[in-house]
Design a protein. Sequence first.
Length: 387
Amino acid sequence: MRTQVGIIGAGPAGLLLAHLLHRAGVDAVVIEARDRAYVEGRIRAGLLEQGSVDTLTEAGLAARLHREGLAHDGMDLRFEGEHHRIDLAGLTGKRVTIYGQQEVVRDLIAQRLEDGLPLVFEAADVAVHDIGGSPRITWAGGALDCDFIAGCDGFHGICRGAIPADALTLHDRIYPFAWLGILAQAPPASHELIYARHADGFALATMRSETLSRMYIQCAPDEDLAQWSDARIWDALHTRLARAGLPSQVHEGPIIQKGVTAMRSFVAEPMRYGKLFLAGDAAHIVPPTGAKGMNLAIADVRVLARALDDACHGRGEALLDGYSATCLERIWQVQRFSWWMTQMLHRTDHGDGFEHRIQTAELRYVVGSEAARTTLAENYVGLPYAA
């Protein structure tokens, strides 16, 4: 019997799509190249928009999220030694929640296994065939005939590459800086996120729990981590997150993870070719400044699940035909916000006074104008979903 939907990739997009389809009575198989331990251990984004929390809650997947997630009603913008709180909840009526992507994935995997639904790990040599007609997925030791394929296999996955090059338009921007990120066994610097623009470069203080801090400092894309001792990292964080005349809020502790995150903006359009549909990082990448990666994937999946539900239950393919255009409208709005946050808070290689003054003026406008603060807050907590 032909399975209705084959899903490649066991990240949050693929697993959530499979769960939503199951609730709608649509059969799906999830195929993942990596093993379960790797998938559950990948440290990725850690901030959920209000709409993402609502989606997981409505899907019956948020029990642990509500117990362990850290809800935030605001954020802190710092520059020139000043600190300014942006009241997200007061400006929008919404909040954001810190809950690691790997935790979302663990919850989704646990639910799928509890439901006894097909989830294939360690599928080597995965390939897709006849995506314009009668789709088929093959891997070492297995094959799947299906009506539709969902490519949720990330930026480096196989699905986008299976689409003819002349059928895609690719938009790509590589930024001239990166983030050096650490995970440290230390209490967070603040109970809310801190975004800082400093003459030495950007810094961000966030957390994974009340005892685990996640912090970033701007660095070069080709940064040699060997040149960054723990002491140098802590010194940079103290400096860039400083408030004039006040003691440092940064708490030091053992650094248990260290790495460099590249910064890029990427969009592939359209997000459909024949019976293959791209979702999440397979179709788009945003710089992490706006905390949108996982949230954008969840937004894609909400649209795709509803469209596949209609198609698989004989209600027509109008929503599938509109999938790409519907998602891309939100994607470009999110790209704009992520780009805006990135260019406002990072030092470029120019290092000139003009750039510094412009960024400072932009930040002063944001913190001094209720309209500007509302614009930032509305985008940060998440734009409304498509009807």
